[in-house]
Design a protein around this ligand. Structure first.
Ligand code: SF4
Ligand code: SF4
Length: 417
């Protein structure tokens, strides 16, 4: 059964697309490729044709739905776990198609799909043959391992060929599906830059998606590989970016801004350090001596000052948690140089010696000045001579040399111009 294209249009990148309508009427369960669309374990590419758009949802674009094919290479599934915890937007809302302007997302996922085995792989065959009734986006989790050096076996398998019984590798699927994909989103540091499987030694010749597909790759909608790094990444970073890409595919928004590494520029443009809740301690030259201390962690090995990551302001789940908030150092997990260029992890970084010692001197002086000002600002004019607090406060304003110093300091602070 072929999808019927009822409205046409040309999208950025030159791909023809339109609003796809199912030919199958509700209750007529005509078999498609031998599968009953009403069977909950049939391929989603078949089942989704029975889903009728709800009258409650706001549709603006030409796309009623979009398929998201989630495939894995050398991965720990941590990125999947991270994304299922995302909240802005929620995965459930994308699947329900209740976000205004967003096409409904039909998920073909190696872990959370209801169908499995041949029914799951059938979705990929449908995608390759152009039989899905909507465009598909590929999200790739995990490193790309070089199958040409796998010998008799394979590094990453994803289903059998139904005719020959031959194992098909994940990489072969990528080769077959990448040209027709509306977009490819690499999630996690393994998929973006190679990550831990590509660390020193690298017996599998692991690499990231951009390295594998090459700089000339463009999706069928004209989009280069999108990269959401992190080990694991912040779930919201993926969901927010995927939603923005879907709006673009739906013709409702321009492609959002990406940096020269294909990262969402608005998420990875700053260092962790600039938004770290401990940055004030760094500036005043006060450093933690052991885990559990509340001060800046740079002397315990934190790389935050030179790492592009937004976890300090975004948190890890629903705005909460994250590395420094939970007492951990930044080990640079979002960076292309991770892990080798950050090893040995937990050792003080070589560059931090100069900066932290400089802060110790300059920040130490500033901190003492602030202390003086704080004492002064914590006092009403009446308390200059005596503080009548029942909470044992006996401190009054600065005295002696400190008073003179504070007088000049205060005059300097309030000088105009
Ligand atoms: S803990 Fe790390 S990121 Fe935070 S202020 Fe210290 S060096 Fe910067
Ligand atoms: S703060 Fe550092 S270790 Fe934590 S997620 Fe960001 S890059 Fe990774």
């Amino acid at each position: 059964m072929k999808p019927v294209m009822t409205e046409g249009g040309i999208m950025p990148g030159g791909s023809e697309m339109g609003t796809y309508k199912p030919e199958v009427a509700l209750g007529v369960h005509e078999l498609i490729d031998g599968y009953d669309p009403a069977d909950p374990f049939a391929p989603i590419g078949v089942r989704s044709r029975l889903v009728q758009p709800s009258d409650d949802t706001l549709r603006f674009g030409p796309l009623e739905k979009i398929y998201l094919i989630w495939m894995v290479g050398g991965s720990c599934d941590g990125c999947t776990v991270a994304v299922t915890g995302g909240t802005h937007p929620r995965v459930e809302h994308l699947l329900q198609g209740i976000i205004p302007g967003m096409p409904r997302v039909e998920l073909i996922h190696t872990v959370v799909s209801t169908e499995s085995g041949p029914e799951w792989v059938h979705n990929l065959f449908m995608a390759e043959r152009g039989e899905l009734d909507a465009p598909y986006v590929i999200t790739w989790e995990g490193s790309i391992m070089d199958e040409s050096i796998a010998g008799e076996g394979y590094w990453m398998g994803l289903g059998d060929d139904p005719v020959t019984g031959r194992q098909i590798s994940s990489l072969e699927w990528l080769d077959r599906l990448a040209p027709g994909a509306a977009a490819i989103i690499a999630i996690g540091t393994c998929a973006t830059w190679g990550g831990i499987p590509a660390a020193k030694g690298n017996v599998t010749n692991s690499m990231g998606m951009m390295d594998y597909l090459g700089k000339d790759y463009r999706s069928s909608f004209g989009v280069p590989v999108v990269n959401i790094p992190g080990c694991s990444p912040i779930g919201d970073n993926y969901l927010e970016t995927a939603a923005a890409v879907c709006l673009f595919l739906n013709g409702l928004a321009p492609l959002p801004e990406f940096d020269e590494l294909g990262r969402p520029a608005w998420l990875f443009g700053e260092t962790v350090h600039r938004h770290c809740p401990r940055a004030g301690y760094y500036e005043e030259g006060v450093f933690a001596e052991e885990y559990g201390d509340k001060e800046c962690l740079v002397e315990l090995g934190c790389w935050g000052p030179v790492v592009n990551c937004n976890i300090a302001e975004r948190g890890i789940v629903d705005g909460h948690g994250g590395c420094m908030q939970m007492g951990g150092i930044c080990i640079g997990c979002t960076m292309p140089g991770f892990p080798d260029k950050f090893a040995p992890i937990y050792a003080k970084s070589p560059g931090s010696l100069l900066s932290s010692n400089t802060c110790r001197v300059t920040g130490g002086f500033i901190r003492r000045m602030r202390g003086l000002t704080m004492v002064d600002k914590n006092m009403t004019p009446r308390w200059e001579q005596d503080a009548p607090s029942g909470w044992a406060r006996s401190r009054t304003g600065p005295r002696g040399a400190l008073k003179t110093f504070h007088k000049f300091y205060s005059a300097y602070q309030h000088a105009k111009g």
